[in-house]
Design a protein around this ligand. Structure first.
Ligand code: BGC
Length: 348
């Protein structure tokens, strides 16, 4: 009898062990003892640090800066770990410097750990950077480079502060590429063969030095290569498609077939200029050339199908990733440089 009882008990134990074998509890205890304790306390006890990041964009209503800001947000997400999170707040400064100044005050009051700033007015850089530095917050300036006093020197507000830097692309390069694309054409942009390249220039907002540099260096590339140029019209379209269209339409009405090349400081305005060119019954690649900068998807497609002569990649991915990487460095208390440059790439 005792023997039978012992056997039954043993059988029960075996059965209950087998039953447990499939459960999660059992799976856990099967994990090698050395691994489990190491992983669990880390997840349970380590502090999760959330950094507050304030981003002010000069205006949301801008094709290029929309790609740029979306990429800032997306890239911060990819950098999150179990222990480090980023609470990213992006505000629209609506192309209004007073509004942006208030937004920066709010960021400071909210205790942002870093600020990424796309200035509305580079001419107001001093006042705004002083506030950020005084609050002890690192600042990464993007897209609109403040210049030194005589226009083409490095800006003291960056050089004087170890926690302020600029991330951007040297717009002289993009202008030069635009000019080179025209110089490389078989007729070098001189469609009517009168010995000169007659062009219209549509400029971006002068608060961004990119506008000045692209205007100057696109033409310089042509004159440096020995070509004669004639400027028929040169107007500010503020990076805006509708304004680009209006300026191009007026120029086409006024100068007609004399216009051989339309240079636009960005693709947004080139899209507008293209609409005007179409409406005027002109054909890109045949009786007129059209250049932009940024390499927006739709413009790369136009270059590929011949409805745009060329554009220049303004690498928003490279720039936004660099800006975020530098911001993270600053958050970790690492030393940052004053300037970070990302190359342009010719698209033709
Ligand atoms: C871009 C423009 C954009 C501007 C905003 C430039 O670098 O090429 O498309 O509108 O930045 O500041």
């Amino acid at each position: 009898m005792k023997k039978l009882l012992a056997l039954t008990l043993a059988l029960c134990m075996v059965l209950s062990l087998c039953a447990c074998g499939g459960t999660k509890t059992e799976t856990k205890t099967e994990t090698p003892a050395t691994e489990a304790p190491a992983a669990e306390p880390a997840a349970e006890t380590a502090d999760v640090k959330t950094y507050n990041v304030g981003v002010a964009i000069y205006q949301f209503n801008d094709n290029f800066m929309t790609l740029y800001r979306n990429e800032i947000e997306a890239y911060f997400k990819t950098l999150e770990t179990e222990t480090e999170k980023y609470n990213v707040q992006i505000v629209d400064s609506k192309n209004d410097m007073a509004e942006q100044s208030n937004q920066i005050d709010t960021f400071i009051t909210q205790g942002m750990d870093v600020i990424i700033l796309n200035l509305v007015q580079t001419s107001s850089a001093d006042a705004i950077i002083d506030k950020i530095v005084a609050a002890g917050i690192p600042c990464v300036l993007i897209n609109r480079e403040p210049l030194g006093d005589n226009g083409d020197e490095s800006y003291a507000g960056i050089l004087d502060n170890a926690t302020v830097c600029y991330v951007g692309a040297d717009a002289r390069q993009s202008g030069t590429f635009q000019g080179q694309i025209v110089a490389d054409l078989e007729n070098h942009g001189d469609i009517n063969g009168d010995g000169k390249i007659s062009y219209v220039m549509i400029e971006g907002d002068p608060e961004n030095v990119d506008a000045q540099y692209r205007t100057e260096f696109s033409i310089k590339a042509l004159t440096d290569a020995g070509y004669e140029v004639e400027c028929l019209a040169d107007q500010v379209g503020n990076w805006d498609t509708a304004q680009g269209q209006q300026i191009a339409a007026n120029a086409l009405t006024q100068y007609g077939d004399q216009i051989e090349v339309i240079f636009c400081n960005n693709d947004g305005m080139a899209l507008g200029a293209y609409a005007a060119i179409e409406a005027a019954g002109r054909t890109v690649g045949k009786d007129i050339y059209l250049l932009g900068v940024d390499a927006l998807d739709e413009c790369v497609e136009m270059v590929n199908n011949g409805t745009m002569t060329g554009t220049v990649l303004n690498d928003h991915i490279g720039q936004s990733h660099t800006a975020v990487d530098v911001a993270v460095k600053a958050l970790h208390g690492e030393t940052i440089d004053n300037y970070y440059w990302v190359d342009y790439v010719m698209v033709k």
